[in-house]
Design a protein around this ligand. Structure first.
Ligand code: PLP
Length: 391
């Protein structure tokens, strides 16, 4: 049953984000509608906001130690949702998923070593290694429902011993895909066979609309596997910057723990510990999460309905996870024309070619916003696409 956007709107609020130094809203003039940067325009869970306010009632904000229960709370959340058996010792705090990623690359690879990842994919996952002098080898997702080609992965790893690390985005940004258990098992097996470190970026896992599987469910404690986890997408708290990683292997995590500590990557701020404990520890916040997911589903239906009505040859990837709709416009426009259409419509979003070569002709549209704004943006965009494609 489609969920009516209007019903959801009663439950969530969409405050004006202008003049809050928002990356999404304040980097453009006020007449531009942004559907770009991956955060939500929904106000956060009231329980979380109150918890943060509560801390401010104590007027001293001095140096803080990690809170005693935070790691346990993180593990409980993960273990109950993903049927894992991760323990507190396997958790390392981090100021951000990408900060962790950079440290892992520097600790476990040398300049010139290669990193294998998939394409299209969230750009920093290939830009950062390249900036650090580690070339990237892509295994292109098969553009027939965007599948991972395990044979291609194995062939590439087997033929190039300088590939030291495989980076997975689970679920996958963009293309909205939740990876299945059998596939994840195969990837773990390939990495273990060729002694390649497997890093699974699971930042979007709690925003899945079908059951998602963590790589921790299909790997053994001795496997060289690291999971990058975070509540910043799930609970829309990216500005607080608090995340963590799970590393079951003692050998690997001992090295990482020292590195993170000496570089300050594990020293979170006071509000980050507070946030982690609250969102994962207080079930009231899960009500907010359900509402946010309902709104995203309703917005996705709105997007599909309105786009298809005017542009029937547009293909929109099924939304298995994330709030980043992946839209195929190749039946209508070239990349150049897509840019022109967005510019004229005064909307911002991400162009598919930013995510890798096989993203050409696609766009990534952030739909975690007020449905009224979404509808307006879609209308403006459709008008320009029709105008340009009709010549
Ligand atoms: C797949 C993925 N990984 C990492 C990040 C960034 O995480 P952080 O802000 O914790 O570095 C994003 C943000 O959009 C993302 O989509």
């Amino acid at each position: 049953m489609p969920i009516e956007s209007s019903i959801c709107k009663k439950q969530l609020q969409f405050p004006d984000r202008h003049e809050t130094c928002s990356v999404k809203w304040d980097r453009n003039t006020q007449d531009v509608l942004p559907f770009s940067v991956a955060d939500m325009d929904f106000s956060g869970s009231v329980h979380l906001i109150n918890r943060l306010k509560q801390r401010l009632e104590h007027p001293v904000l001095g140096y803080t130690d990690p809170f005693p229960n935070t790691k346990r709370t993180i593990c409980n959340w993960w273990n109950s949702r993903y049927h894992t058996t991760i323990s507190e010792e396997a958790v390392i705090y981090s100021t951000g998923v990408l900060h962790s990623y950079v440290q892992i690359i520097e600790e476990f690879t040398r300049i010139g070593d290669k990193i294998l990842t998939f394409s299209p994919i969230y750009p920093p996952l290939f830009n950062l290694p390249v900036k650090l002098g580690r070339p990237v080898v892509f295994s292109e997702l098969i553009n027939d429902n965007w599948q991972i080609d395990c044979e291609d992965v194995e062939k590439k790893i087997r033929s190039d011993p300088t590939i030291r690390l495989l980076v997975l985005c689970n679920p996958h940004n963009p293309v909205c895909k939740v990876w299945g258990k059998v596939l994840l098992e195969k990837l773990v097996m390939i990495c273990s066979k060729y002694d390649v470190l497997l890093v699974s970026d699971e930042i979007h896992i709690d925003l899945s609309f079908i059951p998602a599987v963590s790589i921790l469910q299909v790997s053994r404690p001795q496997d060289a596997v690291i999971v990058l986890g975070s509540p910043v997408k799930t609970f829309n708290v990216a500005g607080i910057k608090g995340s963590f990683l799970f590393c079951p292997s003692v050998k690997i995590r001992e090295r990482l723990a020292i590195r993170f500590k000496t570089r300050g990557i594990s020293d979170l701020n006071l509000f980050a510990y507070q946030m982690l404990e609250e969102v994962y520890g207080n079930p009231e916040n899960e009500i907010w999460l359900e509402r946010a997911k309902n709104q995203i589903s309703a917005n996705y239906q709105l997007l599909c309905k309105n786009m298809k009505r005017s542009l029937p040859k547009v293909e929109i990837a099924p939304l298995e996870a994330t709030y980043l709709a992946w839209i195929d416009l190749r039946a209508y426009l070239t990349d150049e024309q897509i840019k022109k259409a967005c510019h004229r419509a005064k909307i911002t979003l991400h162009y598919g070619n930013e995510f890798g070569l096989n993203g050409e002709g696609f766009i990534r549209w952030n739909i975690a916003c007020d449905p009224v704004i979404l509808e307006k943006g879609i209308d403006l965009f459709i008008k320009e696409v029709s105008r340009i494609s009709l010549g």
